[in-house]
Design a protein around this ligand. Structure first.
Ligand SMILES: [Zn+2]
Length: 441
């Protein structure tokens, strides 16, 4: 399988070379008598990556796998294996079964259970190598392939921006270089600045209009440093992403996406470049995204959760503030109610507690709800129950406290709407004979 190829080979020959390299990557020896397998140079350890031993644990003169086999016992010479290999290789080697009767070694395809080569599995292997999934590593930065792709898809940017980032990471945007490679255009020079080759990195990072926008955006966003914005190879974006936080990566993706769309609107629609226009566009876009995330942290109009985006410390603070109970005025009672709802099972429960100024519990109750529709309904039932139970002290003024902003707003402003939960709330309101004030915690 050893091959030497000329540097100035023709495209078709290069294609063959590529296929051969792929074949070498996926082919391994199955151990028979071990006479034709070179310990340190051949693929013979069946695993997903690195089918050669990672190295020798100490100086080793043994060359052939047969030297590691106890021919009489038809098994590995475990002492030898443990002496010369690192533990991770030892485990894998000892798993290989030596045939009970001596037979020659043979070649198999590692990426198919049957060991038979298939174009489909070779294609999958090629894609994995090309796109870096599973194993991405460069001499400078080792990357965890799975993690970095997962990070890309979980960045807080719109789906179209993620897809764009994914395309850049796969060299999949129609730059001049890519179009030229597919014979769609004659030259690969940048039509924006005249640079000799417009690849993804040039188009989104290097081109002068990209540099100008990036400099302007640094005033508003944190972005990767200029020293890090280097072309480190086809995986430059993944390597860059790996160095920075999710927030910085989100900013970077938005910026690259904008740079590319500016390029397209200049070249296709003849628009002029406005760095300020792009700055306004990007900052507003990002602000509205953050706003959306705030809203999504507050499920519907309940105000149930603390709408804090940012570090966990801030979120913790928010929760702490929410939990503090403030006693009612002397002579008053306070009803605290809460509803809980599990969307997965539809189970719900409500809890009610009535306390006086000193915090003494006058009444505590809870109830499991059947056939509850949503969290808001659970909250409405909790309020309704609280008001009903409070009716036993008709002469004592009370404060009803709920963490559901919608209910407080509806009751305070007598805002009778058409929602299903309003009718639930109404049942409790009718019971309210005494003085009742409303609070929101
Ligand atoms: Zn350019």
């Amino acid at each position: 399988m050893d091959t030497v190829t000329a540097g100035d080979a023709s495209p078709s020959w290069r294609g063959i070379e590529h296929g051969l390299a792929l074949l070498k990557h996926g082919v391994l020896y199955r151990v028979g008598d071990g006479r034709s397998i070179r310990i340190w140079r051949d693929n013979w350890i069946p695993r997903a990556h690195g089918m050669k031993p990672i190295g020798s644990a100490r100086q080793c003169r043994l060359r052939w796998v047969t030297h590691l086999i106890d021919a009489q016992a038809r098994s590995w010479d475990e002492t030898l294996v443990r002496r010369y290999f690192y533990p991770c290789d030892v485990e894998e080697i000892l798993k290989i079964k030596i045939p009970p009767t001596e037979c020659p070694d043979y070649v198999a395809w590692n990426f198919e259970k049957s060991g038979l080569f298939s174009v489909k599995s070779a294609y999958r292997l090629a894609m994995r190598k090309e796109h870096g999934e599973g194993e991405i590593s460069t001499s400078s930065t080792p990357l965890d392939g799975r993690k970095v792709w997962k990070d890309l898809w979980s960045t807080h940017v719109p789906g179209k921006v993620k897809v764009f980032a994914w395309k850049i990471a796969n060299n999949g945007i129609p730059t001049q270089a890519n179009k030229c490679y597919r014979h769609l255009v004659q030259h690969e020079s940048c039509e924006m600045c005249g640079y000799h080759s417009e690849d993804c990195f040039h188009a989104c990072v290097q081109c002068p209009h990209a540099v100008a926008l990036r400099q302007a955006m640094r005033e508003h966003w944190s972005l990767p440093s200029e020293e890090d914005l280097l072309y480190t190879g086809p995986q430059w974006l993944l390597i860059l992403m790996n160095k920075y936080s999710k927030e910085v990566n989100a900013n970077l993706f938005m910026l690259l996406w904008r740079v590319w769309s500016v390029r397209n609107s200049v070249l296709r629609a003849g628009q002029t470049i406005s760095v300020n226009g792009s700055v306004v566009f990007l900052t507003r876009y990002m602000d509205s995204l953050v706003q959306c995330r705030h809203t999504s942290l507050q499920p519907d109009s309940k105000g149930k959760r603390c709408a804090v985006v940012g570090n966990a410390e801030a979120q913790g603070r928010g929760r702490q503030e929410q939990k503090q109970w403030i006693p009612p005025d002397p002579g008053w009672l306070k009803i605290n109610v809460d509803g809980a709802f599990l969307p997965a099972s539809g189970a719900a429960a409500v809890g009610i507690i009535i306390r006086d100024h000193d915090g003494h519990v006058k009444l505590a109750a809870w109830r499991v709800l059947r056939h509850c529709r949503d969290a808001e309904e659970a909250e409405a039932v909790a309020c309704c129950e609280g008001i009903t139970l409070a009716a036993r002290w008709p002469d004592i003024p009370m404060t009803l406290e709920t963490d559901c902003a919608w209910i407080v707003d509806s009751l305070k402003n007598q805002r009778h709407d058409l929602s299903i939960n309003w009718s639930t709330l109404l049942r409790g309101e009718d019971e309210d004979g005494g003085a009742l004030s409303l609070g929101y915690c």
